[in-house]
Design a protein around this ligand. Structure first.
Ligand code: C2E
Ligand code: CA
Ligand code: CA
Length: 388
């Protein structure tokens, strides 16, 4: 096959576009020329059809990764436009999930029909299983999209205490979804769902928008302009091209200085360190602060520290949980805090639930405490009431 440009290719008479059973990641539109589609039934090659200008071939290959179900050969010189699975995924990211589901179901049914004609019964079983799993997920996804569009996603604000001055220094924005039937859904569940479907990009922007507005309200209530807001971001948001420009604009429009925003990233996001490093540099240029979340729970903690030089590190709540009763846990927390202090990185301890724990981390010279002792995640109004 001769590839003319990134998405165009040409075949000569007799060239094979793909073989039955081959791996697939691409569909093709016939621009001109002709293709023959064949399969083997009872050891005999059978022609399933002829495709001409405007026809599409190999479309299953962009929906799932199952092998090709037929062989396609050019009869005469043929020009094709290739559509890769990745390029389609980009374009479909904004399509209504229900429409996508219908398309996927139709294609799966087509494949399942083809398999049963060939006497392969197994396909039917997996078809119904994947369908029932994805129906639930698709429905939840559609409901999440609906909640976003109708402002039914909420944000809680959990205070962070400046341990040395004993004053509220800022808040962490935590997303909340109160599902009309299922009740509150844990952010771990719906954020993961949003990440799978790119909904995380508009959801993330909404969270930035609301949190900036709330930060202005909180600043007014406190009579201060130095409060900060910590906002969680996920890998998918980092990879979205204009994410940083958009959130910088949100700050500008709402009157928040970028340095009042601490962007929380985790070491378990799976983003290659170089990509993360480049992104963090761009964040810094705009003025945003960087905080590493859940420190100590992933594998790359130390390399993240040396490479990214974050402004703050949040030691995961795991490390404070047993300090009252466990000498080794106290030792471990002390060592982590000391190492971060030596590097001049701001130290936040999460999950502070008792006075003993707060006193302990104050003695270690930690900077901020977050947890139920200081305050639970609060509604905007409750957070404002902290200053009144
Ligand atoms: P996280 O970023 O580690 O957030 C801290 C979690 O610890 C929050 O759970 C908070 O309610 C909980 N927490 C706070 N104080 C205490 C305490 O004293 N003890 C204990 N045991 N827990 C405490 P939440 O709100 O359920 O959020 C869970 C996770 O969901 C967050 O973990 C974060 O990873 C994710 N998440 C929440 N909102 C967002 C968001 O807007 N975007 C993204 N990407 N992720 C989010
Ligand atoms: Ca966080
Ligand atoms: Ca955390």
């Amino acid at each position: 096959m001769i590839v003319k440009s990134t998405n165009k290719c040409s075949l000569n008479d007799g060239d094979i576009l793909f073989l039955e059973g081959e791996a697939s990641d691409c569909a093709y539109i016939v621009e001109s020329g002709q293709l023959s589609v064949t399969t083997v039934v009872n050891y005999q090659t059978v022609e399933l059809g002829i495709l001409r200008e405007g026809d599409i071939v190999g479309e299953m290959g962009i929906i799932d990764q199952a092998p090709r179900t037929a062989t396609v050969t050019a009869t005469g010189t043929t020009y094709l436009i290739a559509i890769t699975r990745d390029s389609l995924a980009d374009r479909l990211s904004d399509v209504d999930p229900i429409i996508l589901f219908i398309v996927k179901t139709l294609l799966e049914r087509y494949r399942s029909g083809l398999d049963s004609v060939r006497g392969k019964q197994k396909a039917d079983v997996s078809y119904s299983m994947t369908t029932s799993v994805s129906v639930g997920k698709m429905r939840l996804e559609a409901e999440l999209k609906d909640a976003l569009e109708n402002n039914r996603l909420e944000i809680s604000y959990q205070p962070l205490l400046n341990i040395q001055t004993n004053t509220v220094a800022g808040f962490e924005a935590l997303a909340r979804w109160n599902h009309p039937v299922r009740g509150p859904i844990l952010p771990e569940e719906f954020i993961a769902l949003a990440e799978e479907t790119s909904l995380i990009v508009p959801i993330g922007e909404y969270i930035f928008q609301q949190s900036c507005l709330e930060l202005i309200n909180l600043g007014k209530a406190a009579g201060r302009d130095d409060l900060f807001m910590s906002i969680n971001v996920s890998a998918r948001q980092i990879l979205a091209t204009d994410f940083l420009q958009r959130i910088a604009q949100i700050c500008l429009r709402s009157g928040v200085r970028c340095e009042q925003i601490a962007i929380e990233i985790t070491e378990t996001m799976g983003t290659p360190l170089d990509v993360l490093n480049h992104w963090v540099k761009r964040c810094r240029m705009l003025g945003f602060k960087i905080s590493i979340d859940d420190f100590g729970t992933g594998y790359s903690g130390l390399s993240l520290l040396t490479k990214l030089t974050p402004d703050k590190v949040k030691i995961d709540k795991l490390f404070i949980a047993n300090i009252k009763t466990d000498q080794a846990a106290r030792q471990l927390l002390s060592s982590i805090a000391q190492m971060l202090n030596n590097q001049q990185i701001g130290v936040v301890v999460e999950g502070v639930e008792s006075q003993y724990e707060l006193d302990f981390i104050r003695d270690l010279g930690c900077d901020y405490a977050q947890g139920y002792l200081v305050g639970k995640p609060l509604s905007g109004l409750e957070a404002i009431a902290l200053f009144e």
